[in-house]
Design a protein around this ligand. Structure first.
Ligand code: SAM
Length: 352
């Protein structure tokens, strides 16, 4: 078969499918999606034999919002022998375009999928050995092998260019919740900084002494991430902030409405986790960037239950229109992060 396997958050298969269908269509690929609700993955069946390969070579993975990880499918084997899955897997991977440098053995991110994680771990070593023996693994090559188990006898197998994929199995960045952080929401900003800022620019973009505003800050999980990096933060929220944060000397708490707040002078960063209609938040962020109130912003768009892909697109289009009218150049990245629930996270930077 010629197709793509895409991991996504369980419950967001429709959005992931709509997105790859639209983005694939824009590159001239004709395909259709198989997506079971709450399966945690989508399979895009490409029209032509080379369409899937062409898609991973033309579409930039970091521009996809709902796909956490992806790979070109070489084979699906739904009858893996329980006593020797490895030989069947090696057979399924013989169509690799070149030897691969690494191997991810994965499962969908669902409760049923998690039950396979021990089997995935157990298979990795023997499979690596057998792939090496078959000449399908080599050092320092451009592609990585993916095997995704759906159950003990059923797996998709394929490969992806390393530079155009997530560096983590299933696209999941496992982050530890720091004990001192005031809320679990802290992980969202931690992951956003990791996923949405280019690695080589992260230190330059987040320097000690920079100034930030956190809209909807209480109890302070996002502020905590900024303070941890030694930024000075104005935390805007009518709710209470964690006392330890206020004692850091780096946080000023303003009990005010995030939509009416204007910084006393331009700041480096504005972050926003207010629970509000996504379009209101998108317009607010575009205003901050457009007016030069901040240079960088990270914000969440909380999604309604229906038409979630369309709603995200509407919000991103509104940002584009507003900044175009203002003559502002920008860079934007949007992703549904592992720590996001019914929401996506956006990074927006004013570049000129
Ligand atoms: C999801 S919580 C934020 C959690 C925070 N990011 C953290 O990591 O601890 C949303 C916050 O937005 C605040 N909020 C909602 N609407 C607001 C508004 N119009 N102005 C200021 N804060 C608002 C709420 O009071 C609430 O504390």
């Amino acid at each position: 078969m010629s197709g793509l396997f895409l991991h996504c958050r369980a419950g967001f298969e429709k959005e992931c499918a709509a997105e790859i269908q639209q983005r694939g269509g824009e590159t001239g690929a004709a395909g259709f999606c198989r997506a079971q609700p709450h399966s945690g993955f989508v399979v895009y069946e490409a029209g032509g034999p080379d369409d899937a390969r062409r898609l991973v070579e033309t579409l930039r993975f970091d521009t996809l919002i709902f796909a956490r990880q992806w790979f070109v499918v070489l084979e699906r084997n739904s009858a893996l022998p329980g006593d020797d899955r490895v030989t069947a897997m090696v057979e399924g991977l013989k169509g690799l375009p070149e030897p691969a440098g690494d191997l991810f053995v994965e499962h969908p991110d669902t409760n049923e999928g998690k039950a396979l994680s021990r089997l995935c771990k157990a298979l990795r070593g023997p499979l690596k050995g057998a792939l090496s023996k078959a000449g399908l693994l080599a050092a320092d090559t451009a592609i990585r092998i993916h095997v995704c188990l759906l159950d003990g006898t059923d797996a998709y197998m394929g490969y992806v260019p390393v530079v155009n994929s997530s560096p983590w199995p299933m696209g999941i960045a496992h982050l530890r919740l720091p004990r001192a952080a005031p809320s679990r929401a802290t992980l969202k900003l931690d992951e956003a900084l990791l996923q949405l800022l280019p690695a080589r620019e992260r230190d330059r973009l987040l320097q000690p002494g920079m100034r930030a505003v956190d809209l909807g800050a209480a109890p302070g999980g996002w502020t905590w991430q900024l303070v941890r990096r030694h930024l000075r933060v104005i935390a805007v929220d009518n709710g209470a902030m964690a006392p330890a944060l206020l004692e850091s000397g780096l946080v000023e708490h303003r009990r005010a409405d995030g939509f009416g707040f204007q910084p006393p002078s331009p700041v480096d960063w504005m972050v926003c986790d207010m629970v509000e209609q996504p379009m209101r938040i998108a317009r607010l962020a575009a205003r901050w960037i457009g007016l030069g109130w901040c240079r960088h912003t990270i914000f969440n768009l909380k999604l309604p239950m229906k038409q979630r892909y369309q709603e995200v697109r509407r919000c991103l289009d509104a940002i584009a229109a507003e900044l175009q009218t203002a003559g502002v150049r920008y860079r934007l990245a949007c992703k549904q992060l592992y720590h996001d629930r019914e929401e996506v996270t956006v990074y927006l930077e004013r570049t000129a």
